[in-house]
Every structure is written in C-alpha cells, then in structure tokens.
Design a protein around this ligand. Structure first.
Ligand code: HEC
Length: 140
C-alpha cells in the first residue's frame, strides 16, 4: 500500500467508526426519551377508573372476606351472590347492610360471625359500589 492508500483507508475507518458511534448515541437518546413519550399515559391516569376488583382491594373487603373472597372465620364467602342479589340490591346492601338483617341468611350470619359486623359503605361513591356489585356478581 502506498502512503496515500494508508491515509485514505485510515480516514475511511475513522468515518465508519464515527458513523456507528453516532448510531449508538442516537439509540441512547431514543431510550432516554422513553419516559417523555410515556407522558400522555401518565396524565391519562388522572381519569383512570378503578375496576370493581381493585375497589374491593382498596376498600379492604378482603381483610374480613379473605384474599380470594371465599370467606374466613370473620365473614362469609362472596361467591355465588347472584342467586340472592341483583346489581341494585347488592349496591343497596353495601350501603346499608343492617336493612337486610331480618332475612334468614343474615340471622345465621349473625350467629356464625358473632363479633364482626359488615360495615356500611354509605360514605362511598354509589358508582364505585355499583362496580363492586358487578364484580361480585360475576364471582362463582
Ligand atoms: C369488618 C369485616 C368486614 C369487612 C371489612 C367487610 N365485610 Fe362484608 N360482611 C362481613 C360480615 C361479618 C358479614 C355477614 C353479615 C353480618 O354479620 O353482618 C358480611 C356480609 C357481606 C355480604 C353479604 C353476603 C351474603 O351472602 O349475602 C356482602 C355482599 C359483603 N359482606 C360484601 C363486602 C364488601 C364488598 C366489602 C368491602 C367493600 C365488605 N363486605 C367488607 C364482614 C365484613
């Protein structure tokens, strides 16, 4: 190789290296701009609606009814409720459990879960209770 050829190939090699370096840093930029492109979904969290299942978790129903809602020593199972309730009735129950206490099933519950009372959720948004009702009625 002549000196000129060596210099030319060296020059080309530098170019190629620079080219790939630039591509690599471009990828970095794309990656680091990731959170920025996530911004729309972060702001849409403001209008995020919790599902019935999530509400059951956040309202603490599982602490008495069990993590699988299959019942514990503290409270009965919340499965198969559709034989006893429709959506309205179940929503009403959650708002005011005491108004159901004269029913036979609840007389039994009172015996069985002597020291525990199903809390009234009348301070909660009815829409949320409706979602919980929908969710519970789907459990079998
Ligand atoms: C402090 C414990 C406790 C918590 C918390 C609790 N429950 Fe209850 N729940 C009970 C008990 C005890 C009963 C049985 C009725 C009674 O004795 O008042 C019951 C009964 C029920 C029933 C009637 C079941 C049937 O077969 O008719 C439903 C529905 C229900 N709970 C849903 C819920 C939901 C939904 C939540 C959360 C929003 C919740 N409970 C939170 C204790 C609790």
């Amino acid at each position: 190789m002549t000196k000129t050829q060596i210099w030319t190939s060296a020059f080309l090699a530098v170019f190629i290296v620079l080219f790939f370096l630039q591509r690599a840093t471009m990828k970095d930029e794309a990656a680091s701009s990731g959170p920025m492109t996530d911004m729309p979904s972060a702001s849409s969290q403001k209008t995020y609606q919790a599902s019935g299942e999530e509400l059951v978790k956040s309202f603490g129903c599982q602490s008495c009814h069990g993590s699988d809602l299959k019942g514990t020593g503290l409270a009965p199972a919340l499965v198969g409720l559709s034989s006893y309730y429709d959506r309205d009735k179940l929503t009403n129950y959650l708002r005011n459990p005491n108004s159901f206490m004269d029913q036979d099933r609840f007389v039994d519950f009172k015996q069985k879960y002597r020291n525990i009372v199903m809390p009234a959720y009348s301070n909660k948004d009815v829409k949320d209770l409706g979602k919980i009702a929908d969710y519970l009625l789907g459990l079998n």
